[in-house]
Write a protein that binds this ligand. Structure first.
Ligand code: GUN
Length: 286
């Protein structure tokens, strides 16, 4: 079997065109464009790349985009004051604080300060709780982007066995909740799981969100499975690698995502969709 490749880059570009149209409609009705702010603390090189990409996406779809650069020496109280100011800013419909934060900052306390209605990362306990209780509001971007990709495969979620490798707060856990919400039977594996490979082999939908290149080999994959690679690791030469052995997976799976160009662009589209939603808009196709 040769898998079909889920082209996140192309699917994301189509979403951006639809989002741009929704923004144009809104602005033609004399409403403010959706406004997204990104708070960047310090000068982490990878964060800089992500934040610039998010600002570029905003410009492309006609959002107002604000990047707040804050010195790495900021105190917890000063940063919390910035969050409260963004909560109160009527031109900003959604915002996020780029992670990781410097070590002296308590990240959980920062996320807790974000108004859940503006939490376009979907990281606030309120929004994760809403998803857990089958009342999703603003959904975590990467798991939401993965669901938009899975929808394209036509996979039947009801009764499907889904395995999520990795149980982090921002990827694996909300990913498991999304799949449960969609009707899958979900297995989560994590660093204490003894037989991750066996759980992987059962999966009709296999999601790897670990950050360990080469973790998922061809013989971990059930023939005909949908394989989604959330892992992203940059090697010393700057090349990006997923968790999945792509060439091996392509011989066994029905669908597989590349890295780069699979989940990454869909994460960014989910951020735009969340910002649109926070501004009170919905796309025509739902
Ligand atoms: N750091 C890497 N990815 C992300 C993301 O999606 N959101 C935030 N806030 N920080 C990140």
């Amino acid at each position: 079997m040769t898998a079909q490749v889920l082209d996140g880059k192309a699917i994301a570009a189509a979403y951006r065109r639809d989002i741009r149209q929704a923004v144009q409609r809104r602005v033609s009705e004399a409403l403010k464009p959706p406004g997204l702010a990104v708070v960047l603390v310090g000068d982490d090189a990878a964060s800089e790349v992500y934040v610039n990409a998010k600002a570029r996406d905003c410009r492309q779809v006609g959002f107002r985009s604000v990047v707040e650069r804050i010195d790495a020496t900021v105190t917890q109280d000063e940063l919390e004051a910035r969050i409260l100011a963004l909560n109160a800013d009527p031109d900003i419909h959604g915002f996020l604080v780029q992670l990781p934060l410097p070590e002296h900052i308590d990240t959980n306390r920062i996320i807790d300060q974000i108004d859940p209605a503006k939490d376009v990362d979907g990281f606030h306990p309120h929004n994760i709780g809403r998803l857990a209780l089958r009342r999703p509001a603003l959904r975590s971007c990467t798991p939401m982007g993965v669901m938009l990709l899975l929808d394209r495969t036509g996979v039947d979620y009801y009764g499907a066995q889904a395995t999520v490798i990795g149980a982090s707060n921002h990827l694996g856990r909300p990913m498991g909740l999304e799949l449960l919400q969609a009707g899958c039977t979900v297995t989560m594996t994590h660093k204490f799981t003894r037989d991750t490979d066996a759980a992987a082999r059962q999966a009709d939908i296999l999601i790897s969100a670990v950050g360990k290149p080469g973790l998922v080999q061809g013989d971990w994959i059930k023939p005909g499975a949908v394989v989604i690679d959330v892992g992203i690791t940059r090697d010393e030469r700057g090349k990006l690698h997923g968790d999945v052995d792509f060439d091996a997976a392509a011989k066994v799976a029905a669908w597989v995502t590349p890295v780069p160009g699979g989940v990454g662009p869909m994460t960014r589209v989910a951020l735009l969709l969340n910002t649109l939603q926070a501004a009170g808009e919905v796309l025509d196709d739902g």
